[in-house]
Design a protein around this ligand. Structure first.
Ligand code: B1M
Length: 210
């Protein structure tokens, strides 16, 4: 197995020390940092997502893998920035106004980062205005909204309306959370619904391909 494949395996296993050690070894061999991201780290998180979808991995395994990915990425980010390399897409992400649940939203952010999507995480209890301003400020292509309470579903609707009212018609709005359904997404005019964090990657990529 090559060191790149070993790095992918270290991410899948969530072995952060091995992931960092292998990232350094590849850098020492002058492997281009973006290749380490695309050929080593991203395939690891993609496999984690697949295992999650197959119910072979659960939230803890996902968190541990994401931590390994984050630590390896921290070694590469300054080098990528120095070379002027940015993620292909920028996503704004947050839990809607009135809702403090952020565990699922954080998982979506980790999976998006794992797929090399730049994520600006606004946190929880985010007002529609804050989403609108962040989309404009970061020129984002994707906006992810999370809601865990039936009582905050109207805030999701208001956020979608505010984004469209601001004329931000090209940004793809992806929504999710325990009470959210595809029907609700259709009803409020969101572009897509993702049932879980792993599908969130497929949905984002599909939305970007349209
Ligand atoms: Co709250 N809570 N909670 N809570 N809480 C629920 C959601 C609830 C179902 C519990 C229950 O009654 N059985 C219930 C909601 C009922 C309803 O509306 N139908 C509830 C309630 C009522 C409340 C309070 C009102 C309780 C009170 O104070 N009386 C209160 C509200 C506070 C507020 O938000 N204003 C409250 C508070 C809290 C805590 C702060 C204590 C804590 C949150 C801590 C935190 O997030 N930092 C909490 C927790 C932990 C839960 C439960 C136990 C777990 C939620 C969770 O994190 N799940 C939950 C009951 C349950 O689910 N068993 C409950 C794990 C997480 C990985 O799943 O977030 O669903 P989830 O994310 C999934 C998918 O939904 C999806 O991907 C993730 C996995 O892959 N997904 C997306 C999520 N966002 C997405 C976005 C996407 C795509 C996919 O695209 C952008």
């Amino acid at each position: 197995m090559s060191e790149m494949q070993e790095l992918t395996q270290a991410i899948i296993k969530g072995d952060r020390n091995k992931a960092k050690q292998l990232t350094q070894a590849l850098l020492d061999q002058n492997v281009v940092p973006m290749d380490i991201v695309e050929k080593g780290l991203v395939p690891g998180m993609a496999e984690v997502g697949e295992r999650f979808k197959r119910n072979e991995y659960f939230v803890p395994e996902m968190l541990i893998a994401a931590r390994a990915m984050k630590e390896a990425m921290a070694m590469l980010e300054p080098l990528l920035a120095k070379a002027g390399i940015k993620p292909k897409y920028t996503a704004i992400l947050g839990t809607v106004q009135g809702d403090l649940h952020d565990i699922g939203k954080n998982l979506v952010g980790m999976m998006w980062k794992g797929a090399n999507i730049g994520v600006v995480d606004l946190g929880s209890n985010v007002t529609p205005d804050k989403f609108v301003n962040a989309i404009k400020q970061h020129n984002a292509q994707i906006c992810g909204l999370s809601a865990l309470l039936t009582t905050t579903m109207p805030a999701m609707k208001d956020t979608v309306a505010a984004i469209r009212k601001a004329g931000l018609n090209t940004v793809k709005i992806i929504i999710g959370g325990a009470p959210i359904t595809q029907e609700f997404a259709n009803e409020i005019g969101a572009d897509a619904y993702a049932p879980d964090a792993a599908s969130g990657v497929d949905v984002a990529m599909k939305a970007m391909a349209v």
